[in-house]
Design a protein around this ligand. Sequence first.
Ligand code: GLY
Length: 278
Amino acid sequence: LAAGKGVVVTSDVEEAKAHAAGCERVVIEEFLDGPEVSLFAVTDGETVVPLQPAQDFKRALDGDEGPNTGGMGAYSPLPWADPELVDDVLRTVLQPTVDELRRRGTPFSGLLYAGLAITSRGVRVIEFNARFGDPETQVVLARLKSPLASLLLASANGTLADLEPLRWSEDAAVTVVVASHNYPGTPRTGDPITGLAEVAAEDAPHAYVLHAGTKQDGNTVVSAGGRVLSVTATGEDLAEARERAYRAVARIGLDGSHHRTDIAAKAAETAETAATGA
Ligand code: GLY
C-alpha cells in the first residue's frame, strides 16, 4: 500500500532486518508465496453472491517489473485456479465476513471485493474493498450475462436470496490499459487519442474501448489522466481474447503512451497446455 513505499518483501532475513532497523514502527506480515486473485461478491447483508474471479497486473512493465500502478490489465477466467476456488472463498471468507459484520451491528450491503493470495498454505485475504476493482471489473462484467441492474437492485432491496443464479458466458475476457506518458508518475495529459472510431468499426462487438482518463476537447478526445483507456475483448479462450484486445490496442494512437504486452499471456499458455494435454 502507499504505492509500495516502506514495504520490503523478501526471503532474505538480513535484508528484512536492515530495513526494519531503519523504521520507527514495524509490521511483520506472513509472506504470501502465491498468485493474487480478485473476487467480487454482491451482498444484501445476508446473502452473498460471488462473481467470477479475475487477476489484475499491478506493475507498470512487462514481466511484473517497474513501479506499482492502479492496474495495467486483467483477465478472466483463471484457467490455473482450482474450480472450487469461488465456493471455498464464499464459505471460508465472504459469507463469514458478511455474517460477522451483521452480528456486530454494522451490516454491510453492496460490493465486497476480496483481494486474495492463493498461497501454498491456502487462500489468504490481502485486503477488502467496498467497491468494484479496476481493471478487473472490465473483464468480469464482460462475462456476466445476467443483468447487472437486477443484481444491484436485489442487493439494495435485500432480496438476493430470491435472485436466479447468475449466468456467465463461457468466453474469456482480457483488458489492456493504455496509460499516459510518465504514468504512474505525474502523467502528461491533453494528448489527442486516435483510432477510437477504427476500433468501433473493425473490432466491435468482440473488442471495445472503455474510457477512463479521457475528455472531449472540441471534436477530439484527449487524455485526461494516468490510465486513459481500457481496451477490452472477449473470445472463445484467453488466447483469442488477447489477440483481439491487442489488435484493438494497436489501432489506438496516443503520443508517449505505454501498455503492457503480456496481459494474460501466461494464463493463455496454461489454458492451451490444459486443453492439448501438452
Ligand atoms: N485492481 C486493484 C483495485 O481496484 O484496487
